[in-house]
Design a protein around this ligand. Structure first.
Ligand code: CTP
Ligand code: MG
Length: 236
């Protein structure tokens, strides 16, 4: 499933991020094609911007998707809600679900295949990840008018930057989303920014497979410049 309902505020003013163009096609179309290229993928469910469902259906129709079954649902106000709404459109006979950001248009098919294969091989939850290039520091709150103090520096060798698609047994992913919704309604929203984080929050085991530098997320304007360059290099 492809959460694509975000506004893309960090990318700046313009259309919702998933509909912004990269090399002549919307980011979302690239992301769906990248998933559809994998033989492991039979159905793609897109969570579209709530006011853009018809537009997304039209876009996916006009870009042709290798005969895969594609469904479009209206997404929600948060990524978590969008994933939950997308999951509701996937039948219980489906055993494995990959959740892939529309904002990662250039993920190589090898990454999609590796995530699906790891779930097939028995993992409950799988994330593709890459080592960090930068040193990371934990900081505390800045005193009035002053700079943030550094608290400590985690050992970089033990850190990974996590990408998508993240893969799950469908039943587990549906369960952790339902539990998170119940907690939210009780005013106890778990502070989690990805689907694997929900599995961790409820005590499940998540494992890592190698990600890829081209699976980066288009977040800020510079990322779109890089994505154009990667696409141009692929097409050369
Ligand atoms: N997403 C979604 N529904 C939301 C928010 C995000 O489906 N309510 C999706 C985005 O469309 C994107 C993915 O989650 O494909 C990753 O989120 P992010 O990169 O944060 O995208 P945006 O939320 O659109 O960007 P920003 O945070 O800069 O507004
Ligand atoms: Mg966001």
């Amino acid at each position: 499933m492809v959460p694509a309902a975000g506004r893309g505020e960090r990318l700046g003013p313009g259309a919702p991020k998933a509909l912004r163009e990269l090399g002549g096609a919307p980011l979302l179309v690239h992301a769906v094609r990248a998933l559809a290229r994998s033989r492991a993928v039979g159905l793609v469910v897109v969570a579209a911007p709530p006011d853009g469902v018809a537009e997304v259906v039209g876009l996916l129709d006009s870009h042709g998707l290798d005969g895969k079954d594609v469904r479009v649902v209206a997404g929600g106000a948060t990524r978590q809600e969008s994933v939950r709404l997308g999951l509701a459109a996937i039948g219980e006979q489906v055993e494995i679900v990959l959740v892939h950001d529309a904002a990662r248009p250039l993920v190589p098919v090898e990454v999609v295949d590796a995530v699906a294969a790891a779930v097939r091989a028995g993992a409950q939850a799988v994330v593709p990840a890459v080592p960090l290039a930068d040193t990371v520091k934990r900081v505390g709150p800045a005193p009035a008018g002053g700079p943030e103090p550094v608290l400590d520096t985690p050992d970089r060798a033990t850190l990974r930057a996590v990408q998508t698609p993240q893969g799950f047994r469908r039943s587990l992913l549906a369960e952790v989303h339902a539990r998170a919704l119940a907690e939210q309604e009780a005013g106890l929203a778990p502070a989690v920014t990805d689907d694997a984080g929900l599995v961790e929050h409820y005590g499940g085991q998540v494992v890592v497979v190698p990600g890829h530098e081209e699976a980066f997320k288009v977040t800020r304007p510079l990322d779109l410049v890089l994505a154009e360059a990667v696409l141009a290099r692929r097409r050369a």
